[in-house]
Design a protein around this ligand. Structure first.
Ligand code: SF4
Length: 387
């Protein structure tokens, strides 16, 4: 099997999460060739995802497994031991060199590297680190690198992974009670949570060290195997506040043939969307877990986004835009951190009197208008001359 065929097998159904990142590694320009001159470009394009770096730059990233073999039998996973499908494995050197070809062809600017577990989490982590070492130190790759931490990774390995990566992550998967049933080898707290705590400490040390390099942390939950939104969001609040995670991902469960959950219903993707929206309220909008608009069943309303649900429940009087604090503005649907800041800056220079001004400042005025006063007037009074 050549490296391209392996890549094809190892980049499918990876379920790897991707989004905003920060990288202390230089974003080098990779171009020796163009994608057009790279003969296998079209075969690789399906395996390229995009990451948005801190600051807004979006870069293409290859997401790939070092091996799709796995000795664990997590009930929800396509790679679980014993499932019959064609597996493949890269050696660290082989994957590092294959990636470098793609990088030098200008097809990607970064790598998201994970793996099935073979020979234990510690041995597998060694192989991931070996791949990263080859890339960074022998092949001179300086771009974006997301490294997975394996279950049970040792403290020294976590520290090394943090030193090599732009982002590290370990999937916490689901609340412990469900983990016990569906992925029992991952259930003890020391297997998943401990490496995440160690990664947080290593990232803190790196940031306060001489280079002040920032490495971000993330995790992922499988959503839809019986847990409530309250369980997930309480943990999410802890992860943002106590372990400084950049992002918590929610992957809506979909059943995989030849797994114990093949007859389990797929999760509605809207639920994952609502969880993301609620998690951003925790991370970026100053909401505490206790303030989230959860129903008595511990679930968010699927029909309305959680910020609007909160506003409908708790905002009884419109807010004067010209006097509101940043914290108050952030509670208004349609106003985000950027537009709140823009409002505060703009009103130092002028009074805000109509929705057109707010729109120019980045506010979603259709969502925000019901909750605002502009210079003492309700915006609805102005609709006729604005639109
Ligand atoms: S350890 Fe990872 S790859 Fe292996 S079965 Fe569990 S989720 Fe899948």
């Amino acid at each position: 099997m050549d490296w391209l065929e392996k890549l094809s097998l190892l980049s499918q159904e990876t379920g790897l999460e991707l989004d905003e990142e920060s990288s202390g590694w230089r974003e080098a320009s990779p171009a020796c060739y163009t994608a057009r001159t790279f003969g296998v470009a079209s075969r690789l394009l399906d395996h390229i995802s995009y990451v948005t770096l801190r600051g807004g730059q979006k870069i293409p990233v290859l997401k790939v497994l070092l091996t799709s073999a796995c000795e664990y039998d997590c009930a929800y996973c396509p790679f679980r031991a014993g499932r019959d499908f064609r597996r493949a494995t890269f050696e660290p050197e082989e994957l590092a060199r294959a990636f470098l070809q793609i990088y030098q062809a200008g097809l990607v600017k970064g790598l998201f590297l994970s793996s099935g577990v073979t020979g234990g989490g510690v041995r597998t982590q060694d192989r991931l680190i070996a791949t990263a070492e080859i890339l960074r130190h022998r092949l001179g790759f300086q771009g974006y690198l997301h490294l997975k931490l394996m279950p049970g990774a040792e403290a020294a390995q976590v520290e090394r992974a943090v030193a090599l990566a732009s982002r590290v992550s370990i999937n916490l998967e689901m609340p412990a009670t469900y983990l016990q049933q569906l992925a029992p080898r991952k259930a003890p707290g020391s297997v998943l949570l401990q490496p995440l705590r160690q990664a947080y400490q290593a990232a803190q040390n790196l940031q306060s060290g001489p280079g002040h390099r920032r490495v971000s942390l993330s995790t992922q939950f499988v959503v839809g195997i019986g847990e409530t939104d309250a369980e997930l969001l309480r943990t999410t609040a802890y992860l943002y506040k106590q372990l400084g995670l950049s992002r918590v991902y929610y992957s809506a469960f979909h059943p995989i043939a030849q797994t114990p959950l093949e007859d389990h219903s797929p999760e509605n993707p809207v639920r994952a969307l609502r969880l993301y929206q609620a998690s951003f309220l925790l991370r970026d909008y100053g909401f505490a877990f206790e303030e989230l608009p959860l129903g008595s069943d511990g679930r968010l309303d699927l029909a309305v986004d959680p910020k609007t649900a909160w506003a409908q429940r708790y905002i009884n009087h419109p807010l004067e835009v010209n006097r509101a604090s940043r914290e108050e503005l952030l509670r208004i649907p349609g106003i985000g951190p950027k537009s709140a800041l823009a409002i505060i800056r703009a009103r130092r220079l002028t009074r805000l009197r109509d929705l057109r001004q707010l729109r120019q400042l980045g506010v979603n005025v259709n969502r925000a208008a019901p909750y605002l006063l502009l210079d003492g007037r309700h915006p609805e009074q102005q609709l006729t001359f604005i639109f």
